[in-house]
Design a protein around this ligand. Sequence first.
Ligand code: DOR
Ligand code: ZN
Length: 346
Amino acid sequence: MQQRLTLRRPDDWHLHLRDGEMMKAVLPETARHFARAIIMPNLVPPVVTGADAAGYRDRILWAKPKGSKFQPLMTLYLTETTDVRDLRAAAEIGLITAVKLYPAGATTNSASGVRDITKVMRVLENMAQIGLPLCVHGEVTDPEVDIFDREAVFIETVLGPLRQKLPELRVVMEHITTKDGIDYVKGGGDTIAGTITTHHLVINRNHILAGGIRPHYYCLPVAKRETHRLALRAAATSGDPSFFLGTDSAPHLDSAKLQPCGCAGCFTATNTLSILAHVFEQESALERLEAFTSLNGPAFYRLPVNEDTITLTKGTAVQHPAQIDTADGPVTVFDPGFALLWHVSA
Ligand code: DOR
Ligand code: ZN
């Protein structure tokens, strides 16, 4: 049985760092293990312009732990009034790595997102021209559509038609939670890829709802039934270059999660790699972990792979903290529900 595994240092292709005190508290958790991360722009107010992205990047670089080489890869939040010239300029100087599409109202801080996709077609055409990837939160927001069907309906009614109109646009379907999403990406050629989170490899909807409601397992897109989780695990552990890690680690204060109407998000930055090693070992796929965490993402984003490495060693149970303290209160770390035996050393 394998007890030790060395990988190129991983990247996180979907991360929420927030800002201010929260960022200060959670950034070290990611910077400890990851070389780079795609930084989601859903701040309040959102990161809409090149100037917003430059300011946010500087705050991240300033807040990162001393000596850390962590590199934030910035994104812009697409709105119906996004300025094409500003976006192109930000892409040309390498300030931004992608643009994020939130359907308005789909998730946390998405109110400024897109209501009518036809209003952003000119921006998307420009992105297709310059090869700038679009990261998509793939859920419809129609209240008539059941929350468990929103991803599949988005593929059928929004993403499919969009990619038919603009086949050169490079798209990352973020945090895929369904077999429908996996199948769509698999059959979609080399202009589409998908990120898969750590928590969606571990939980299904029973974990949220059976035997009591568990707010710390509530995220968006919401975890689906077991067949979907198994499809995600098969895709993530297959080595297929279309799939890579985007943790969607999304910190919220416990005081905001433990409410009659609690916010969506699982905070997994702290223990993601231990959990992934466990999952890949269960699937007899440890030799494909590096593809998922460290190779497939850079290949899609046309970035070099990281040169340095991390080592995972199997031993006695890892003592991860149950919570991370921030100046405003604790953030609960995702509990996978099983003991974690894989230790990460940098
Ligand atoms: O669970 C989620 N939390 N899903 C998202 O799409 C957004 C994120 C957040 O920002 O908290
Ligand atoms: Zn997210």
